[in-house]
Design a protein around this ligand. Structure first.
Ligand code: SIN
Length: 179
């Protein structure tokens, strides 16, 4: 256990993992919640028209469910280096305590965009967040793809996330009304 490297994914890392891992399992982080409060200028938007992606917000009494990945020992350093680059748009590499399905607690690496980073947007009315996501696109693809893939991934794992679900529903409704 002591020498294992675990990584926690709660956003794109859940549905667009992009690295090798030995095992993965659902887990949760106590005291955190997932919110579309971080601007994306390098993946799902541009500096002129930023998109919105998720970050973890400290929130007593809440828990954020996601995926814990155990990284292969010989690859962990390179994987983390690649993720440092991928998450460079305001995220800090941070250590977080996770609870696994069997109740074990582990220390994991995760990426959190804290409120002091220049791309932090914070709270806005959900309709405004949904509109921004609907119209943004960047080098990694559309912002709509990001939220709909995340929503689908959470549903497949039976993870209840009211914030993501409500936003995804608004966006799907908006798309239907355009068609
Ligand atoms: C994560 O997926 O865990 C971090 C945020 C993101 O890249 O969407």
């Amino acid at each position: 256990m002591a020498n294992e490297t675990w990584l926690f994914g709660y956003g794109s890392i859940m549905w667009k993992t992009g690295f090798n891992f030995e095992t993965s399992e659902l887990c949760h982080a106590n005291g955190w919640t997932r919110r579309f409060w971080q601007a994306s200028t390098d993946h799902r938007g541009t500096p002129e028209f930023p998109g919105r992606v998720v970050t973890l917000i400290a929130s007593a009494g809440e828990r954020c469910w996601g995926t814990a990945y155990r990284l292969p020992a010989g690859e962990a350093t390179n994987i983390i280096e690649d993720l440092d680059y991928r998450e460079k748009g305001g995220y800090d590499r941070t250590a977080l305590s996770l609870t696994l399905g069997d109740g074990r607690t582990i220390e994991a690496i995760t990426y959190i965009a804290h409120p002091h980073n220049p791309n932090y947007l914070g709270e806005s009315p959900l309709e405004d967040i949904a509109r921004q996501i609907s119209f943004s696109t960047g080098p990694s693809g559309s912002n709509k793809e990001y939220i709909l893939e995340l929503h689908q991934c959470l549903e497949q794992h039976n993870i209840q996330d009211k914030h993501v679900k409500t936003l995804a529903q608004i966006i799907m409704r908006q798309t239907e009304s355009i068609l």
